[in-house]
Write a new protein. Sequence first.
Length: 463
Amino acid sequence: CWARIRARLRDEVGEVEYRTWLRQMTLQGIDGDEAVILLPTRFLRDWVNSHYGDRLRALWQAEDANVRRVEIRVAQAATAEPVMADGAGMASSRPEPSGLAESLAPAPRPPAEPRTSDPRSDWVVPLEARFTFDTFVVGKPNEFAHACARRVAERPASPGFNPLFLYGGVGLGKTHLMHAIAWAIREGETARTVAYMSAEKFMYRFIAALRSQSTMEFKETLRAVDVLMIDDLQFLIGKDNTQEEFFHTFNALVDQGKQIVVSSDKPPSDLAGIEDRLRTRLGCGMVADLHATTYELRLSILQAKAAAAQVLVPPKVMELLATKITSNVRELEGALNRLVAHANLFGRPITVDSAHEVLHDVLRAHEKRVSIEEIQRKVAEHYNLRLTDMVSARRARNVARPRQVAMYLAKQLTQRSLPEIGRRFGNRDHTTVMHAVSRVSELIAQDASFAEDVALLRKMLET
Ligand code: ADP
Ligand code: MG
């Protein structure tokens, strides 16, 4: 069965690709409804996971309907590996340690290196070894969040810093900072217990406890920690029971003078669907955001990562990546990893040409990325308005309509969320943006010359 799956994959992707990425796969075995596949390096694992994971799963299912999940692991645990959360399966195509690593272990951490712990144990799962303060590159966009994180790591539960609420877009370093705090506290002088988990995991644990009627134990375990960290809190939106439980845990811990650290993709005020009293409490400590990266920060991060990996990356290549891959650090890191892997596999140095060749898909995807500011500028120019009209409260039709067009284009051409777009348009509500988007769509359908106008603007922005 495994031989057939491999043969089919080989047919599908071709010999070269198969040899490059997939040849070294071995089947460890089938465990219940999960097939476990091994690869020799973490890099290969991540690569195969993100590029062939879905295909592997589909092929397995075609061969054996009992196999519902495919997990890809690194053959020998030479480095501390983030552990796949149960049930994550192959659906998470991008390997993301964030929600998946967690830990609850007494401090100080035993001096044993490398940082590993027993992944079979329910609570003790390693933190990502790379995510420390040492490896976190500080720049303007993240210096405040970083300083707050440092402060909490040095003096947990100091007034004004509890809870610490970190927020920012995907891949900007929230999980990294949280793990860094956890490592630092564990390595500190005083024995402290740090619990880190994703909000998702918190919910699963809670539900499991409810099922097995062990909620008391669950509560006691959580309330015994000194520092509780919950990552990606936005996951709790709409999950009322879990929120309630978290709220009680939160209050109990804060009352006992314990530190809470929470991360989210939005500020507390934007967490619609999180109960008011919880939102209020979340926002009453220190709220720190991680801003989108700047060119300078991207360049510093690339330099740091290349140095850590001990590879020679020409400055021109770093400039190319820092210019083009602006979305987030994770993608930037992914691009660098691909370059390094390519160079290693083929034994060739990294050059600007090879970068273009290896990363053509990524670079192209980023070419069309437009900023909200650019959209506002172009739209204002086009309709003969001032840039400030885009963010002003003026409601006159000749101003309001272009503003709606700009919001529409921002939704179409950027990755920004509705609340974020609203904020950038003079702190408007996300429903205003939603309304603008649907209004402009309607007008495009009804009015040919308006449609042409918008198409023209779009074209100017995209090229
Ligand atoms: P988030 O949790 O905000 O989605 P992560 O913390 O998982 O993002 O960061 C994504 C990747 O980018 C990680 O590999 C992380 O190490 C890296 N990263 C983010 N910010 C920085 C930084 N300032 N310095 C070094 N690496 C960073
Ligand atoms: Mg994260």
